[in-house]
Ligand binder design. Structure first.
Ligand code: ADP
Length: 652
């Protein structure tokens, strides 16, 4: 022990003048640890760990009494020494799949994670649960890093988070070999694959780990993995006969609504007003839109901050921090925002423009409701979005990449315009199916869009008009002709003399334009050239012959919607059932104060799910407190007394 401290002092001295992590590792390793055993021995691994032990740890440290799908299987696989690949959606509880086994295995578990912010959040959350965890990354001071290394070599850490770049340096590997590494968990494992959407070359080097730690168990964890990516993960990490655990990608707590963009500020404000004081993300396609929207929202009295790649690092980081620490409710951002954001209580995500692929949409909208409580995803698309993306995508010289990207764009566009269940469509795209007819959580299944009774006739009228116009005009002009507009352009071209002029005059232009978009999305029309000129496809010709039928939808008007809701089709809000709202707010204030004093995000102290349980069941003593989901022993020790006082003092 004394030797350790002397070595540490020596290390500090060396690094005082010129800090170099490798020097610190070497000094600590060679100064005092030559005799420490390297990895877990076979005997260590033999320790059979029954389910009861797993359950005990889950309850004691995390305050949970049951498993989420595949958690039990993945934990037992690791503990029986089997490599695993775990594919679960965001919010599926992947972190516990490696954190719980780490508590039961001898020695330390190394978690490879690509982003500092993710590592920090997870380590802070583990500390809050009373678990000895550390991280090594470039944001830490040399002192802090030495502290972590010291704890590691003392055998005092159960989990060590580290980036792949750092892990693969010679000094770090040598140091870890002197610690007792039982288990290596690769988080965000899709980064290993060139086929994934976020390939990171440094993840490729992780194939060296097996050589350095031949006896350790390996686990790979990701939310997005096609079968191609999965095979790549196994090959790249040289996993040995891994157990493949693939869960459903569905996120039943997310409800999807898609509407045409009409007056975007008004539409966005309506959603925000349904989520007073709650956190939300608004995605815009362009930086300029981000700035405009942020300014408008702030002028209207909302607390919003901007985030895009054109801002300085400092401003971007500052705004992200404000959002995470809940100093602003709303972040308005381009796609640049989101990676590494673990904020669990984002209650809504709005897309003010259509993303370029369903992968992007799934990932961005998926930032809502990580805490598994209900959250809303709104997408407002406009006819220009498709063309804007098409132009940007087509700019590339790589013909193959352009082809793939355009196919993805078409899928996305179809998703907006097809009127099929949103959950089902997303799942299908990722090769799975929903096991129920009605998802009860999208505008289509909740009957917020109605199919127009005479879709076929309307479709035929629109296509006839396109034909009469010589397939030479865009959607806006065609819709104008169909409404019987007497616009100068139309009169000058004598299109008011066409038989299709005014054929749909009982509808307004935006409704017709939306149907034109739907006909494009459903493959009856295509937009061509620089001016998005409408052309009739083969399938469109079949529609004109009456052999194909489109599915044209329009949103219910307000009156119809109210009567439907009264009939019991409103969105499920059971997560709030029995929650004393005034008490919930008091607990939120308590959580904010604690988070502020500790400099931590609020969700690291308690998730919203835990606060709702407290405000629902109102436990009166510590024993009952420990039955609340998300309150383990450490949190009960730290905050239990204050919480019980708040609960006792609350008069409903
Ligand atoms: P992922 O890493 O897959 O996105 P997380 O590990 O962040 O998911 O978990 C998502 C949420 O689910 C967190 O709030 C976490 O505390 C909660 N959670 C995890 N496991 C359980 C469980 N067994 N019971 C209840 N909640 C859980």
């Amino acid at each position: 022990m004394r030797l350790y401290k002397l070595a540490l002092l020596a290390a500090k001295k060396i690094s005082h003048t010129l800090y170099c992590p490798d020097q610190v590792y070497s000094c600590l390793i060679y100064g005092c640890l030559q005799n420490r055993s390297s990895e877990t021995t076979a005997k260590d691994k033999e320790t059979a760990l029954p389910l009861e032990k797993i359950k005990k740890v889950l309850h004691q440290y995390w305050g949970y009494n049951s498993f989420l799908p595949l958690q039990q299987e993945s934990m037992t696989a690791v503990l029986s020494g089997r490599d695993t690949v775990v594919v679960l959606p965001t919010g599926g509880g992947k972190s516990l799949c490696f954190q719980v086994p780490a508590m039961l295995l001898p020695g330390v578990t190394v978690v490879v994670s690509p982003l500092i912010s993710l590592m920090k959040d997870q380590v802070d959350a583990l500390h809050e649960n009373g678990i000895a965890a550390g991280r090594l990354d470039s944001s830490l001071s040399p002192e802090e890093q030495r502290g972590t290394i010291y704890d590691l070599l003392q055998g005092d850490l159960k989990l060590l988070y580290i980036s792949p770049e750092r892990l693969l340096t010679g000094g770090c590997l040598d140091m870890l070999k002197k610690a007792k590494v039982s288990f290596i968990a690769i988080d965000e494992a899709h980064c290993v694959s060139m086929w994934g959407h976020d390939f990171r070359p440094e993840y490729r080097q992780l194939n060296l780990l097996r050589k350095h730690f031949p006896k350790a168990v390996f686990g790979a964890y990701t939310a997005t993995a096609t079968s191609q990516v999965r095979s790549d993960i196994c090959a790249q990490l040289t996993l040995k006969d891994p157990e493949m655990l693939v869960g459903s990608f569905d996120r039943p707590n997310l409800s999807y609504t898609i509407r045409q963009r009409v007056d975007i500020t008004k539409q966005v404000v309506r959603v925000i007003n349904e989520h007073k004081d709650q956190s939300g993300v608004i995605y815009c396609i362009r930086r300029k839109d981000v700035e405009d929207m942020t300014e408008k929202l702030n002028k209207l009295g909302y607390k919003a901050a901007a985030y895009h790649a054109g801002m300085s690092d400092k401003d971007r980081k500052g705004n992200q921090d404000k959002f995470i620490k809940e100093k602003v409710d709303i972040i308005v951002a381009t796609v640049a925002f989101g990676m590494g954001i673990d904020k669990s209580n984002v209650r809504y995500v709005i897309h003010a423009g259509m993303p370029k692929s369903l992968e992007h949409y799934q990932q961005e909208s998926g930032r809502a409701g990580r805490d598994r409580l209900e959250a809303q995803c709104w997408l407002f698309y406009g006819p220009g979005d498709y063309m804007l993306w098409k132009r940007l995508i087509s700019d590339s010289d790589n013909a193959q990449a352009v082809k793939i990207a355009l196919a993805k764009l078409s899928h996305m566009y179809n998703f907006c315009t097809s009127g099929n269940c949103r959950h089902q469509t997303i799942l299908k795209y990722f090769g799975q199916t929903l096991d129920k007819e009605n998802c009860q959580a999208c505008d289509v299944c909740l009957g917020e869009l109605e199919e127009v009774a005479d879709s076929l006739v309307i479709g035929q009228k629109i296509l006839s008009c396109v034909a009469r116009l010589g397939q030479s005009f865009g959607g806006n002009y065609t819709a104008q002709v169909l409404t019987g507009s007497e616009d100068m352009r139309i009169l000058e071209a004598r299109h008011n003399e066409l038989s299709t002029w005014g054929l749909l005059r009982e509808f307004n232009r935006s409704v017709i334009q939306n149907w034109i978009e739907q006909l494009c999305g459903q493959g009856f029309l295509v937009k061509a050239g620089e001016y998005n000129v409408l052309h009739i496809t083969e399938k469109g010709l079949e529609l004109l012959r009456g052999k194909e039928k489109p599915r044209l939808l329009k949103p219910l008007d307000k009156k119809e919607k109210v009567s439907k809701t009264a009939a019991g089709t409103e969105r499920p809000q059971q997560d709030w059932q029995g929650v004393d709202m005034a008490l919930f707010e008091k607990l939120r204030d308590f959580r904010s104060a604690k988070a502020y004093s500790k400099g931590l995000p609020t969700y690291v102290i308690f998730g919203d799910a835990t606060l709702r349980e407290l405000a629902r069941y109102k436990p009166t003593n510590e024993e009952a407190l420990l039955e609340i989901k998300g309150i383990g022993q450490k949190k009960a020790d730290q905050y239990g007394k204050d919480i019980l006082e708040i609960l006792a003092g609350h008069k409903p």
